[in-house]
Design a protein around this ligand. Structure first.
Ligand code: ADP
Ligand code: MG
Length: 317
């Protein structure tokens, strides 16, 4: 597509790169001795966002979900590339999209160094690169029996907001305003991930729901887990707008939270609270890793809870 479009919307100073946008490749010089953490995430209109969504919000979220992957590895964000397919050249849309994208990029010191632009159904594919000291990445395969399980922030807000936006549930405006930012302006927990280097045994970001994503840690680490339902952090609005069973699925299996779930030995509890305090993120201890495989959720009465893994589809119930 026209080079002027790229020049106008996607070309910024890139002091952290040897060469940024404009040549056949970007040239990057990683910090000597660091490992590169690389991840891509694609967002499709109709699937990950709707045509009515604000373009600045889409710019924010498309980068936020990628930064969340770097956060989950404990990596420091450095560079990104952006491949974008657009049905037509829409200057106002691109201007707003770029505003949302670069606002978040600047917050995290990540530089856009290249990409591709083409005509097609609206699609955004971002690749992010970050750096992590050798051996310190927070991997999915490091959980050990006896580890505490922790989660950042609150769970279920984005799933509740989505149900509201889809008209499947009524909410007072003041309450909707409490959960909509979780859906449209998720905060990637980058600083927390970095602070957990050398402390956490394993980590993942929650994009598909706590149970599904914790399940990936369990599978890769060859362990099981026991969660205390009463310890799961959520906003009071989730309880007040949803029947008990639906609220439970929302917290356990609602998607799009972009919080970190991580495990660490009990001896690290103080270090974890200090990491949380220094990065201004709430963390909650929600259960324990077990040597036996399988995932159980214990209710406040001490009995195992039944739950449905399929999440937000069950708001209609
Ligand atoms: P080529 O045909 O050599 O792949 P392009 O014309 O596709 O080059 O892109 C020209 C330059 O603009 C390249 O440096 C590319 O990385 C960059 N670029 C293209 N699209 C984007 C975009 N959406 N965001 C950032 N950089 C882009
Ligand atoms: Mg190209």
């Amino acid at each position: 597509m026209e080079f002027s479009l790229i020049a106008k919307h996607f070309t910024r100073a890139t002091p952290g790169a040897v060469l940024g946008v404009g040549d056949d490749c970007a040239l990057l010089a990683p910090t000597p001795g660091m490992q590169l953490a690389v991840s891509s995430d694609m967002l499709l209109e109709g699937r990950h966002f709707s045509p009515q969504d604000s373009p600045a919000g889409i710019g924010h979220k498309s980068l936020a979900v990628n930064l969340s992957d770097l956060a989950a590895m404990g990596a420091t964000p450095r560079w990104a590339t952006l491949a974008i397919a657009l049905p037509e050249e829409n200057d106002a849309w691109l201007t707003a999209f770029a505003r949302g994208f670069f606002r978040l990029a600047d917050l995290h010191g990540i530089e856009l160094v290249g990409g591709d632009t083409t005509r097609g159904a609206l699609t955004l594919s971002i690749t992010v690169m970050g750096e992590v000291p050798p051996g310190q990445a927070l991997r999915r395969d490091g959980a050990q029996a006896g580890d505490d399980i922790w989660v950042s922030g609150v769970l279920g807000s984005a799933a509740l907001a989505l149900a509201y936006r889809q008209g499947r549930l009524f909410m007072e405006q003041v309450d909707a305003a409490r959960v909509l930012p979780a859906l449209y302006l998720p905060t990637p927990r980058v600083a927390l991930g970095i602070a957990l280097r050398g402390i956490a045994h394993s980590a993942i970001d929650i994009s598909d729901g706590l149970l599904a994503d914790l399940g990936h840690i369990l599978e890769r680490s060859g362990v099981g887990a026991r969660l205390e339902f009463g310890a799961l952090p959520t906003l009071p609005v989730v309880q007040s707008y949803l029947h008990e069973a639906v609220a439970r699925n929302c917290v356990l299996a609602g998607g799009d939270d972009y919080e970190l779930c991580f495990t660490a030995p009990a001896g690290q509890r103080d270090a974890i609270q200090a990491a949380a305090a220094s990065t201004n993120v709430m963390v909650s201890r929600i259960g324990q890793i077990t040597a036996e495989s399988g995932l159980s959720v214990i209710g406040t009465d001490g009995q195992p809870l039944t739950y449905d893994k399929t999440g937000y589809d069950h708001f209609a119930a």
